[in-house]
Design a protein around this ligand. Structure first.
Ligand SMILES: [Zn+2]
Length: 368
C-alpha cells in the first residue's frame, strides 16, 4: 500500500489558471490549511497553532491563506476559500456563535476574512466539513462492487487518498447522488454530519446531526447541556475520559485492559461500545445512510473501534430481525486517519458554494 500522505505537487507551471480551492480547518489546538487544484490534487498543506479570540482567529486564518497562496506561486486561477469552525454556524451568512474553545461568542468570520483577502469565503461547521472530506475520500469504497467493509482490501481502499498518483480521474465526490453518507464525529463531543449526494445537510436551524444531546441513556449521567443521559455522556472522547480518568487515550487502554481480563475496564468499555452503537443505530434509523463513517479523535483507535461497535450492533441484531435486516456493520467505515479530511472538506465546501450556490456565497461584493 502506498504511503497515504497528501500528494504535493511542487512548482507552478502545471497549475496555471487552474482554479484553486483553499480549505482551512480551525480547531481548538491547530489551524490546518490545504490548497487543492480543480482535480482535487492536494497542492499544499500547512498548519499553525490556534490562538484564542475573534481577532486572532481572523488574523491567523488570513495569514494561513496567504501562506498557502505564496506556496503556490504566481499564475493561479480563481481562488475559493472554505472555512470550518466549531460552534453554531450560519453557513449562508458566514456567522459563528459560541465557538467556546476558540474564545468566540459571536463573529462575522466569513465576511471578515472575505473583506481582508478579497476572496469568496464559505463557512461551515467543523463536523460538516469533516463529513464532506471523509465522504469524498471513502467514496470509492462505496462504488466498489463486492467490497465488504471488513475486508483488508476495502479498508486499504477506504484509507487510500483519491489523490494517489496513478489513479484514474481523482475527484472530489463519487457519483453517489442516490446515497446519503453520515459521519459520526467521536471527538470531545458527539455529533453527526450528513452528506446527501455531494451536499452538506443543514436542517432548518443548523442543528441537524446533533445526536449527542438526545437524552436516551439509562445511566443518566449529567450533560454539560443541562440534561441527563445524553448520548454524548456515553459515546465521546470526553465520556471515555470521565469514565476512565487519568489516561490520555482511554479507549485503546480500555480495550487492552479488558482484553487482559480487567472487569472494571470491560464494564466501562461496554458502556462506551453500547453508546457508540446506539449513535450508529439512531443515525441509521433516522436518515438511513448507505455509509456511516466513524471519525474524530476516537476513530484513531482504528480497527479495534470498528470491532467494538460491530460487536454491540450484532448484540442488537441477535434479538431483532428488523435490526439484523439493516446490515449496519456493513455500512461502517473508519475515516481516513492520515489525511486532513476536515481541511479537504472545507476546500470542497468553498468550491461547491462558489459553483452552485452563488446567492448564498459570501464574496467580495457582499463583504465591503
Ligand atoms: Zn447534552
Amino acid at each position: 500500500m502506498a504511503a497515504a500522505t497528501p500528494h504535493l505537487r511542487a512548482g507552478t507551471n502545471s497549475v496555471q489558471a487552474d482554479p484553486i480551492s483553499l480549505g482551512i480547518d480551525i480547531g481548538g489546538t491547530k489551524i490546518e490549511g490545504v490548497a487543492m487544484d480543480g482535480n482535487e490534487h492536494l497542492l499544499a498543506c500547512h498548519r499553525i497553532p490556534t490562538r484564542e479570540g475573534s481577532q486572532a482567529v481572523h488574523d491567523d486564518t488570513v495569514m494561513l491563506i496567504r501562506h498557502l497562496l505564496d506556496q503556490l506561486g504566481p499564475n493561479q486561477g480563481p481562488v475559493t476559500v472554505g472555512l470550518g469552525i466549531p460552534g453554531r454556524v450560519d453557513a449562508n451568512r458566514g456567522m459563528v456563535d459560541d465557538a467556546v474553545n476558540l474564545g468566540i461568542h459571536h463573529m462575522a468570520l466569513g465576511p471578515a476574512v472575505a473583506k481582508t483577502t478579497g476572496l469568496p469565503v464559505r463557512v461551515e461547521n467543523d463536523v460538516n466539513i469533516a463529513a464532506l472530506g471523509a465522504a469524498s475520500q471513502t467514496g470509492d469504497t462505496l462504488m466498489t462492487p463486492g467490497a465488504t467493509p471488513h475486508s483488508q482490501a476495502a479498508r486499504d481502499q477506504a484509507r487510500r487518498p483519491a489523490t494517489e498518483p496513478g489513479r484514474d480521474g481523482p475527484r472530489a465526490l463519487p457519483d453517489h447522488d442516490d446515497h446519503t453518507v453520515a459521519f459520526i464525529n467521536l471527538g470531545t463531543g458527539l455529533a453527526a454530519g450528513i452528506i446527501s449526494g455531494d451536499r452538506i445537510e443543514h436542517g432548518a436551524s443548523g442543528a441537524i446531526g446533533e445526536i449527542g444531546h438526545i437524552p436516551v441513556d439509562a445511566h443518566q449521567f449529567p450533560c454539560k447541556c443541562g440534561q441527563r443521559g445524553c448520548l454524548e455522556t456515553v459515546a465521546s472522547g470526553s465520556a471515555a475520559q470521565a469514565l476512565w480518568p487519568g489516561i490520555a487515550h482511554p479507549l485503546p487502554d480500555l480495550i487492552a485492559q479488558a482484553g487482559q481480563g480487567n472487569q472494571q475496564a470491560q464494564d466501562v468499555l461496554d458502556i462506551i461500545g453500547h453508546g457508540i452503537a446506539l449513535a450508529v443505530q439512531i443515525v441509521a434509523l433516522t436518515i438511513d445512510p448507505a455509509v456511516i463513517i466513524l471519525g474524530g479523535g476516537m476513530s484513531k483507535t482504528g480497527q479495534p473501534l470498528l470491532d467494538l461497535v460491530t460487536e454491540h450492533l450484532n448484540r442488537s441484531a441477535a434479538c431483532s430481525h428488523f435490526i439484523a435486516s439493516l446490515s449496519l456493520p456493513d455500512r461502517l467505515r473508519l475515516a481516513p486517519a492520515d489525511l486532513p479530511i476536515a481541511a479537504i472538506g472545507a476546500a470542497l465546501a468553498g468550491r461547491m458554494a462558489a459553483d452552485s450556490r452563488p446567492s448564498d456565497f459570501i464574496g467580495k461584493e457582499t463583504a465591503s
